[in-house]
Write a protein that binds this ligand. Structure first.
Ligand code: F6P
Length: 326
């Protein structure tokens, strides 16, 4: 086994809080093991353009508490082409990089999987970073805990105005085609119902819940994941307004605030553990795998199995949400 000489680290796709903590862990662990470490700016685009710089222990000072990503991020159409990937490979060679640590979600892992199949002399480990928590191979992804706490804080505020006006709020949260943010925060805010893309949402069942629910409730919250199939929160809101004109209904789309903010302690710890494990894995000869945490243990999942999979919806969650909103 040839020892790794120089790791290139990059963040790609959507940013997520805790990415900086993971970058810090990777940089400092590499230095601890006398492995050189280079930062690649703006994801795959930076790799193609050779936007690469040497990092040292100071490069990651004072970032553990910051949201966003020091390395910047982006999506690259060019990297999806064989020509783009070849250019990226040439730049890695020019910079003496023989291993990569990729921080991102589904699209990022898909990109490095293809790249790793084509250029097998570059060893690659992925670290799951996305607020969506939609990757198989880790119980939680970096950024998810911060995002759900941001949602909770926002909806608690919405609840106060809803309560004062006796209103029903439809709150839309992110997640692309995953309902993980909606499901957990729905329970956390005490929602009446949660609509997620993983299960068929029955608008009539929602009507029935609202109709049969306690009449003396002064505020109601319905959480909707952005990818849910009946349409956006506005469409669900419109349907509710038509069916229950006596309800004072409002729609609130939380949007990109869910991607920002100081990472929670859970995300910083997850990022630190996965960052250390990623470097140690490369050192031990791993490649083509995503590092994750399963039942609180570090586990490795081949890229092919970690991408494009969603957690199954835990029906216990929806059952509890409905039972407790009586
Ligand atoms: O994957 C993270 C995420 O925030 C999704 O929840 C959302 O659908 C998407 O990114 C939004 O992407 P953009 O920032 O490009 O609008």
């Amino acid at each position: 086994m040839t020892p790794i000489k120089k790791i290139g680290i990059f963040t790609s796709g959507s940013d997520s809080p805790g990415m900086n903590a993971a970058i810090r862990a990777v940089v400092r662990t590499s230095i601890f093991y006398n492995i050189e470490i280079a930062g690649i700016r703006r994801g795959f685009e930076g790799m193609i353009n050779g936007d690469i710089y040497e990092m040292n222990t100071k490069s990651v000072s004072n970032i553990i508490q910051r949201g966003g990503t020091l390395l910047k991020t982006g999506r690259s159409e060019y990297f999806k082409t064989a020509e783009g990937r070849q250019k990226a490979y040439e730049q890695l060679k020019i910079n003496g990089i023989d291993a990569l640590i990729a921080l991102g979600g589904n699209g990022t892992l898909k990109g490095v999987r293809e790249f790793g199949d084509e250029y097998q002399d570059i060893k690659i480990i992925g670290i799951p970073c996305t607020i969506d928590n939609d990757l198989r191979g880790s119980d939680f992804t970096i950024g998810y805990d911060t995002a759900i706490n941001t949602v909770i804080e926002a909806v608690d505020k919405i609840r106060e105005t809803a309560e004062s006006h006796d209103r029903l709020f439809i709150v839309e949260v992110m997640g692309r085609d995953s309902g993980m943010i909606a499901l957990r925060t729905g329970m956390g805010v005490g929602a009446e119902a949660v609509l997620v893309p993983e299960t068929r949402s029955d608008i009539n069942a929602l009507f029935e819940r609202l109709e049969k629910g306690r009449k003396d409730k002064t505020s109601k919250i319905v959480m909707v994941a952005e990818g849910d199939e009946p349409g956006s929160a506005f469409e669900i809101g419109k349907a509710i307004m038509e069916k229950f004109p006596h309800y004072d209904t409002r729609v609130s789309v939380l949007g990109h605030i869910q991607r920002g903010g100081k990472p929670t302690c859970m995300d910083r710890v997850l990022a630190s553990r996965l960052g250390v494990a990623a470097v140690e894995a490369l050192k031990d000869g791993h490649t083509g795998e995503m590092v994750g945490l399963i039942h609180n243990d570090i586990e490795f999942t081949p890229f092919g199995q970690s991408v494009k999979h969603h957690h199954e919806v835990n029906e216990e969650f929806t059952r509890i949400v409905e039972m407790l909103s009586l």
